[in-house]
Design a binder for this molecule. Structure first.
Ligand SMILES: Cc1cc2nc3c(=O)[nH]c(=O)nc-3n(C[C@H](O)[C@H](O)[C@H](O)COP(=O)(O)O)c2cc1C
Length: 278
Protein backbone atom coordinates (compact mmCIF):
# COMPACT_ATOMS: atom_id res chain seq x y z
CA UNK A 1 0.00 0.00 0.00
CA UNK A 2 1.32 3.43 -0.82
CA UNK A 3 -0.64 6.22 0.77
CA UNK A 4 0.11 9.81 -0.07
CA UNK A 5 -1.33 12.28 2.34
CA UNK A 6 -2.14 15.86 1.37
CA UNK A 7 0.84 18.23 1.74
CA UNK A 8 0.82 19.76 5.17
CA UNK A 9 2.16 23.22 6.05
CA UNK A 10 3.95 23.33 9.37
CA UNK A 11 5.69 25.98 11.37
CA UNK A 12 7.29 25.95 14.80
CA UNK A 13 4.94 27.88 17.05
CA UNK A 14 6.64 27.15 20.35
CA UNK A 15 7.96 30.71 20.59
CA UNK A 16 4.43 32.16 20.43
CA UNK A 17 4.59 32.14 24.21
CA UNK A 18 6.95 35.11 23.97
CA UNK A 19 6.25 36.62 20.54
CA UNK A 20 3.14 37.89 18.77
CA UNK A 21 1.34 35.91 16.08
CA UNK A 22 2.26 38.38 13.30
CA UNK A 23 5.90 38.28 14.25
CA UNK A 24 5.96 34.49 14.29
CA UNK A 25 4.45 34.30 10.82
CA UNK A 26 6.83 36.89 9.40
CA UNK A 27 9.98 35.40 10.89
CA UNK A 28 9.71 31.60 11.00
CA UNK A 29 10.12 29.91 7.62
CA UNK A 30 7.29 27.52 6.78
CA UNK A 31 7.85 23.93 5.78
CA UNK A 32 5.62 21.84 3.57
CA UNK A 33 5.65 18.12 4.28
CA UNK A 34 4.03 15.19 2.51
CA UNK A 35 3.83 11.85 4.32
CA UNK A 36 3.96 8.71 2.15
CA UNK A 37 3.33 5.41 3.85
CA UNK A 38 4.55 2.15 2.34
CA UNK A 39 3.27 -0.77 4.40
CA UNK A 40 5.05 -3.36 2.24
CA UNK A 41 8.46 -1.85 2.87
CA UNK A 42 7.46 -0.72 6.36
CA UNK A 43 8.62 2.80 5.71
CA UNK A 44 7.01 6.18 6.19
CA UNK A 45 8.62 8.84 4.04
CA UNK A 46 8.29 12.45 5.13
CA UNK A 47 9.06 14.61 2.10
CA UNK A 48 10.07 18.12 3.12
CA UNK A 49 9.95 21.34 1.07
CA UNK A 50 11.22 24.71 2.36
CA UNK A 51 14.13 25.79 4.55
CA UNK A 52 14.71 23.60 7.61
CA UNK A 53 16.44 25.54 10.37
CA UNK A 54 16.79 25.57 14.15
CA UNK A 55 13.67 27.79 14.17
CA UNK A 56 11.32 25.16 12.74
CA UNK A 57 13.03 21.79 13.24
CA UNK A 58 10.83 21.00 16.25
CA UNK A 59 7.73 21.20 14.07
CA UNK A 60 9.29 18.51 11.87
CA UNK A 61 9.90 16.34 14.93
CA UNK A 62 6.23 16.66 15.88
CA UNK A 63 5.22 15.23 12.48
CA UNK A 64 7.77 12.40 12.83
CA UNK A 65 6.52 11.61 16.31
CA UNK A 66 2.90 11.46 15.10
CA UNK A 67 3.85 9.04 12.34
CA UNK A 68 5.93 6.87 14.66
CA UNK A 69 3.13 6.73 17.25
CA UNK A 70 0.67 5.43 14.61
CA UNK A 71 3.19 3.13 12.87
CA UNK A 72 5.77 2.19 15.52
CA UNK A 73 7.38 -0.58 13.41
CA UNK A 74 8.05 1.68 10.44
CA UNK A 75 11.37 3.19 9.52
CA UNK A 76 10.92 6.96 9.18
CA UNK A 77 12.67 8.47 6.19
CA UNK A 78 13.08 12.25 6.35
CA UNK A 79 13.47 13.13 2.68
CA UNK A 80 15.30 16.45 2.33
CA UNK A 81 16.05 16.07 -1.38
CA UNK A 82 13.75 19.03 -2.12
CA UNK A 83 14.63 21.14 0.94
CA UNK A 84 17.30 23.58 1.94
CA UNK A 85 18.73 22.87 5.37
CA UNK A 86 20.88 25.06 7.60
CA UNK A 87 24.19 23.53 8.68
CA UNK A 88 23.19 23.21 12.35
CA UNK A 89 19.83 21.62 11.46
CA UNK A 90 21.38 18.93 9.20
CA UNK A 91 23.97 18.14 11.86
CA UNK A 92 21.22 17.68 14.43
CA UNK A 93 19.11 15.46 12.13
CA UNK A 94 22.09 13.26 11.24
CA UNK A 95 22.91 12.85 14.92
CA UNK A 96 19.29 11.78 15.66
CA UNK A 97 19.48 9.23 12.82
CA UNK A 98 22.86 7.94 14.02
CA UNK A 99 21.53 7.43 17.55
CA UNK A 100 18.12 6.13 16.28
CA UNK A 101 16.41 8.48 18.67
CA UNK A 102 13.45 10.67 17.79
CA UNK A 103 12.94 13.93 19.61
CA UNK A 104 9.39 14.69 20.75
CA UNK A 105 9.52 18.24 19.35
CA UNK A 106 7.61 19.44 22.40
CA UNK A 107 9.81 18.62 25.37
CA UNK A 108 13.29 17.18 25.89
CA UNK A 109 12.13 13.52 25.71
CA UNK A 110 13.33 11.15 22.99
CA UNK A 111 12.06 7.76 21.82
CA UNK A 112 13.88 4.98 19.94
CA UNK A 113 12.99 5.05 16.25
CA UNK A 114 14.57 3.80 13.03
CA UNK A 115 15.32 7.07 11.31
CA UNK A 116 16.95 7.69 7.94
CA UNK A 117 17.86 11.00 6.35
CA UNK A 118 17.85 11.60 2.60
CA UNK A 119 20.33 14.46 2.29
CA UNK A 120 19.46 17.85 0.81
CA UNK A 121 21.13 18.63 -2.53
CA UNK A 122 24.81 19.40 -2.12
CA UNK A 123 25.47 23.08 -2.61
CA UNK A 124 28.46 22.52 -4.89
CA UNK A 125 26.21 20.92 -7.52
CA UNK A 126 24.55 23.59 -9.72
CA UNK A 127 25.84 26.17 -7.26
CA UNK A 128 24.32 29.14 -9.09
CA UNK A 129 20.84 27.65 -9.02
CA UNK A 130 21.06 26.90 -5.38
CA UNK A 131 23.13 29.67 -3.78
CA UNK A 132 21.07 32.53 -2.43
CA UNK A 133 22.51 35.94 -1.67
CA UNK A 134 21.14 38.06 1.16
CA UNK A 135 22.34 41.67 1.14
CA UNK A 136 21.32 43.03 4.52
CA UNK A 137 21.75 46.73 5.24
CA UNK A 138 20.87 49.60 7.53
CA UNK A 139 20.55 53.11 6.12
CA UNK A 140 19.37 56.48 7.46
CA UNK A 141 19.73 58.65 4.32
CA UNK A 142 19.63 56.00 1.59
CA UNK A 143 23.34 55.79 0.67
CA UNK A 144 23.98 52.33 2.14
CA UNK A 145 20.68 51.19 0.62
CA UNK A 146 21.83 52.34 -2.85
CA UNK A 147 25.09 50.41 -2.49
CA UNK A 148 23.19 47.31 -1.27
CA UNK A 149 20.85 47.49 -4.27
CA UNK A 150 23.76 47.92 -6.73
CA UNK A 151 25.43 44.84 -5.20
CA UNK A 152 22.18 42.85 -5.44
CA UNK A 153 21.71 43.82 -9.11
CA UNK A 154 25.25 42.76 -9.93
CA UNK A 155 24.95 39.34 -8.29
CA UNK A 156 23.74 38.15 -11.63
CA UNK A 157 22.19 34.72 -11.77
CA UNK A 158 21.93 34.20 -8.01
CA UNK A 159 18.66 34.62 -6.19
CA UNK A 160 19.77 37.87 -4.56
CA UNK A 161 17.72 40.18 -2.38
CA UNK A 162 18.51 43.45 -0.63
CA UNK A 163 16.84 43.38 2.79
CA UNK A 164 16.61 46.18 5.38
CA UNK A 165 18.08 44.86 8.62
CA UNK A 166 14.74 45.09 10.46
CA UNK A 167 13.12 42.70 7.96
CA UNK A 168 15.88 40.11 7.87
CA UNK A 169 15.15 36.66 9.23
CA UNK A 170 18.40 34.76 10.03
CA UNK A 171 16.37 31.54 9.79
CA UNK A 172 16.48 31.74 5.99
CA UNK A 173 20.27 31.33 5.88
CA UNK A 174 21.40 27.95 4.57
CA UNK A 175 24.86 26.44 4.13
CA UNK A 176 26.36 27.69 0.85
CA UNK A 177 24.45 31.00 0.87
CA UNK A 178 26.20 34.34 0.50
CA UNK A 179 25.50 36.97 3.16
CA UNK A 180 26.61 40.57 2.57
CA UNK A 181 26.11 43.02 5.44
CA UNK A 182 26.27 46.79 4.98
CA UNK A 183 26.12 49.66 7.47
CA UNK A 184 26.88 53.38 7.60
CA UNK A 185 29.66 54.19 10.06
CA UNK A 186 28.02 55.82 13.06
CA UNK A 187 30.51 57.02 15.64
CA UNK A 188 33.29 54.71 14.38
CA UNK A 189 31.15 51.59 14.39
CA UNK A 190 28.18 49.89 12.69
CA UNK A 191 24.67 51.04 13.62
CA UNK A 192 23.03 49.50 16.72
CA UNK A 193 20.60 47.44 14.55
CA UNK A 194 23.45 45.89 12.56
CA UNK A 195 25.42 45.23 15.75
CA UNK A 196 22.36 43.51 17.22
CA UNK A 197 21.94 41.34 14.11
CA UNK A 198 25.61 40.35 14.14
CA UNK A 199 25.43 39.27 17.75
CA UNK A 200 22.26 37.24 17.02
CA UNK A 201 24.12 35.56 14.15
CA UNK A 202 26.83 34.42 16.56
CA UNK A 203 24.66 31.48 17.67
CA UNK A 204 25.04 29.06 14.78
CA UNK A 205 23.24 30.17 11.59
CA UNK A 206 26.51 31.26 9.91
CA UNK A 207 28.01 27.77 9.70
CA UNK A 208 28.74 27.07 6.02
CA UNK A 209 27.65 30.58 5.00
CA UNK A 210 29.98 32.76 2.88
CA UNK A 211 30.05 36.38 3.96
CA UNK A 212 31.44 39.86 3.40
CA UNK A 213 30.80 43.32 4.84
CA UNK A 214 30.86 46.90 3.60
CA UNK A 215 30.29 50.31 5.14
CA UNK A 216 29.55 53.82 3.95
CA UNK A 217 31.55 56.67 5.43
CA UNK A 218 32.72 60.22 4.91
CA UNK A 219 36.20 60.80 3.53
CA UNK A 220 38.14 62.37 6.37
CA UNK A 221 41.39 61.91 8.18
CA UNK A 222 39.89 59.85 11.04
CA UNK A 223 36.67 58.08 10.12
CA UNK A 224 36.77 54.88 12.18
CA UNK A 225 35.79 51.55 10.67
CA UNK A 226 32.59 49.55 10.62
CA UNK A 227 33.18 47.05 7.78
CA UNK A 228 36.25 45.66 9.54
CA UNK A 229 34.32 45.17 12.80
CA UNK A 230 31.43 43.54 10.91
CA UNK A 231 33.80 41.22 9.05
CA UNK A 232 35.38 40.23 12.33
CA UNK A 233 31.94 39.49 13.88
CA UNK A 234 30.88 37.43 10.83
CA UNK A 235 34.10 35.41 10.99
CA UNK A 236 33.73 34.85 14.76
CA UNK A 237 30.16 33.66 14.13
CA UNK A 238 31.49 30.89 11.87
CA UNK A 239 31.07 32.40 8.38
CA UNK A 240 33.65 31.90 5.64
CA UNK A 241 34.83 35.40 4.72
CA UNK A 242 35.09 35.84 0.95
CA UNK A 243 36.37 39.44 0.79
CA UNK A 244 38.30 42.08 2.65
CA UNK A 245 36.00 44.71 4.28
CA UNK A 246 34.95 47.30 1.68
CA UNK A 247 34.38 51.06 2.29
CA UNK A 248 32.15 53.26 0.11
CA UNK A 249 32.35 57.05 0.38
CA UNK A 250 29.62 59.70 0.71
CA UNK A 251 29.84 63.49 0.31
CA UNK A 252 29.07 65.16 3.64
CA UNK A 253 27.08 63.45 6.35
CA UNK A 254 23.93 62.72 4.37
CA UNK A 255 25.51 61.92 1.03
CA UNK A 256 24.97 61.47 -1.85
CA UNK A 257 27.52 58.80 -2.69
CA UNK A 258 30.71 60.14 -4.28
CA UNK A 259 30.96 59.63 -8.00
CA UNK A 260 32.13 56.17 -9.05
CA UNK A 261 30.96 54.43 -5.88
CA UNK A 262 28.03 52.61 -7.55
CA UNK A 263 30.40 51.30 -10.23
CA UNK A 264 32.76 50.22 -7.44
CA UNK A 265 29.86 48.36 -5.76
CA UNK A 266 29.08 46.54 -9.02
CA UNK A 267 32.70 45.51 -9.48
CA UNK A 268 32.96 44.37 -5.84
CA UNK A 269 29.80 42.26 -6.18
CA UNK A 270 31.24 40.50 -9.25
CA UNK A 271 34.45 39.79 -7.36
CA UNK A 272 32.36 38.40 -4.46
CA UNK A 273 30.56 36.11 -6.86
CA UNK A 274 33.87 34.74 -8.11
CA UNK A 275 35.36 34.17 -4.67
CA UNK A 276 32.14 32.65 -3.35
CA UNK A 277 32.22 30.18 -6.26
CA UNK A 278 28.84 31.21 -7.67
C1 LIG B 1 25.33 60.05 14.07
C2 LIG B 1 26.32 59.87 12.93
C3 LIG B 1 27.60 59.46 13.19
C4 LIG B 1 28.53 59.30 12.15
N1 LIG B 1 29.78 58.87 12.42
C5 LIG B 1 30.66 58.68 11.40
C6 LIG B 1 31.98 58.21 11.65
O1 LIG B 1 32.37 57.93 12.76
N2 LIG B 1 32.81 58.05 10.60
C7 LIG B 1 32.42 58.31 9.32
O2 LIG B 1 33.22 58.14 8.39
N3 LIG B 1 31.17 58.77 9.05
C8 LIG B 1 30.28 58.96 10.05
N4 LIG B 1 29.03 59.42 9.79
C9 LIG B 1 28.62 59.63 8.40
C10 LIG B 1 27.89 58.42 7.87
O3 LIG B 1 28.79 57.38 7.65
C11 LIG B 1 27.06 58.74 6.67
O4 LIG B 1 26.01 59.54 7.13
C12 LIG B 1 26.52 57.49 6.05
O5 LIG B 1 27.48 56.95 5.18
C13 LIG B 1 25.24 57.70 5.35
O6 LIG B 1 24.72 56.43 5.04
P1 LIG B 1 23.16 56.20 4.97
O7 LIG B 1 22.63 57.20 3.98
O8 LIG B 1 22.99 54.82 4.46
O9 LIG B 1 22.59 56.41 6.33
C14 LIG B 1 28.12 59.56 10.81
C15 LIG B 1 26.80 59.97 10.55
C16 LIG B 1 25.91 60.13 11.59
C17 LIG B 1 24.51 60.58 11.30
Amino acid sequence: MNVQRKPLEIQDRSHLRTGGLMDAHARTPRLKVTVRIDDNLETSRIEVHGVVSAANIRALYVVCRRVSTKLPDHEIVIDLAHARVTADAIEELRERARLSLLSSGIDASVTPCRLRIVDPPKHHQNQRDRMKAHVVYDSAYGNTKSVAEAITDALDGLQATAVPVGDFNPGVLAAGDLLVVGSPINGWRPTPKITELLSALGNGPLKGVKAAAFDTRVRMFIHGDAAKKMTHALRSGGAEIVSEPMPFYVKGTEGPLRSGEIGKATAWARALLTSAGG
